[in-house]
Design a protein around this ligand. Structure first.
Ligand code: UDP
Length: 373
């Protein structure tokens, strides 16, 4: 094994920041580059002129059961005690997502809701989470009706807006993120630790990177950096959090991603909607509306919302947000990975081509550090 005296981290999102900090704490010098003009990647947020923290790349709610990740991040920020809930408008009725026992009473007449609740409680343990594609395998007539209802009203149109495909055409793990929940717990996540960094995600990442051994260079594209510094590149240990196909100049073709387009609106009133996120699984072309002032209880006479529209990722036009983990795409990813040079490590949503939540991205960086140290 070569003795690398320099570390290069390409990409300054959460994954890149965490690996950089762990190396720096161990006494290693780390250069972090990012082609964007800001740190924090897709968790970037900023306080706007109304005093409202805007999540530029969509709502980010931190949640984890991982003690190590929680402890690590708490060194760099305090979190509020926010417990995320998601509402959805179904046939004009505002109700809770994931679909749970309370939802039954919001959308059905009481007698029907009661019958369905009793059947659910005799068929499933209380507190179980059932992916919709599993939940559809029902024999009972009432439960079959319920499964069809949830599939149609919650998943079908939302998923076709979000992914351009039906729920049964995408990786089953994706819709399983939002199960049918045999519970009265209205929260979106059940993790032990949940919250929003009190001074925002950008500040959290800034604090992670604030170390004498870390140097950050923004507006610095990896490919341009690599060609300028080609002579010394092999001396670096490289942690690459960009998309692996780009690293290899797309020589086997492009990896597919979904992107999102946020249409921001400022409204001259205190609140626009009754919750931070409202999903529109049956109506309109956007999937959901985010209202940012809820996250940190920002006080303002105005409110800022974003309507979220999903679209395909197109190189040069928009950003990569979601890997599309089909067997073919995973195969293409593996094909690239086989060519990984010894001094290069891939990580993050794009580098690993995995639909990580923030805690999983941090955990992956921490595990990689343990592997190599
Ligand atoms: N989903 C849905 N209806 C909803 C919410 C989610 O069909 O009201 C499905 C959809 O396929 C989505 C997936 O569940 O892509 C995961 O949703 P989640 O909210 O976890 O996505 P994220 O917040 O990561 O975009």
């Amino acid at each position: 094994m070569m003795n690398y005296n320099k570390n290069l981290v390409a990409g300054c999102g959460l994954s890149g920041a965490v690996i950089a900090r762990l190396l720096a704490d161990k006494g290693e010098k780390v250069l972090v580059i990012d082609r964007k003009n800001h740190i924090a990647g897709n968790i970037y947020d900023y306080r706007d002129e109304n005093g409202i923290f805007i999540h530029k790349y969509g709502s980010h709610i931190f949640h984890t059961n991982n003690e190590n990740v929680w402890k690590f991040l708490n060194k760099f920020t305090a979190f509020n005690t926010y417990m995320h809930k998601v509402l959805a408008l179904i046939d004009g009725i505002e109700t809770t997502i994931p679909f749970n026992l309370n939802t039954l009473y919001d959308v059905f007449p009481n007698s029907l809701a009661k019958r369905l609740e009793e059947k659910l409680l005799s068929g499933f343990e209380y507190n179980t989470k059932v992916p919709i594609l599993e939940f559809q395998k029902q024999n009972d007539k009432d439960l079959k009706f319920l499964a069809d209802y949830i599939y149609e009203k919650v998943f079908l149109h939302y998923t076709s807006k979000q992914w351009g495909k039906n729920p049964d055409e995408i990786d089953s793990a994706v819709t399983a993120r939002v199960p049918v929940y045999i519970s009265k717990d209205n929260r979106y996540f059940q993790d032990k630790y949940q919250g929003i960094p009190l001074n925002g995600y950008t500040k959290m990442v800034e604090n992670i990177l604030n170390h004498p051994n870390i140097e950050v260079q923004l507006n610095t594209d990896y490919k341009k950096f690599a060609s300028k510094n080609s002579a010394m590149l092999s001396e670096f240990r490289i942690f690459y959090t960009g998309s692996i196909d780009e690293f290899f100049d797309y020589k086997y073709g492009e990896l597919a991603y979904r992107s999102v387009n946020f249409k921001f609106e400022t409204h001259n009133r205190k609140f626009y909607q009754s919750n931070a996120v409202v999903n529109y699984p049956c109506n309109y072309d956007f999937t959901r509306i985010h209202e940012y002032k809820y996250y940190l209880s920002d006080r303002s006479e105005k409110t800022v919302i974003a309507k979220e529209y999903s679209e395909n990722f197109e190189n040069g036009k928009n950003e990569r947000y979601y890997p599309i983990e089909t067997p073919e795409n995973k195969q293409l990813y593996e094909k690239y990975l086989k060519e990984k040079p010894e001094n290069v490590y891939f990580l993050g949503r794009l580098g690993d081509y995995r639909y990580y939540d923030m805690d999983k991205a941090a955990e992956r960086a921490m595990n990689l550090f343990e592997e190599i140290k």
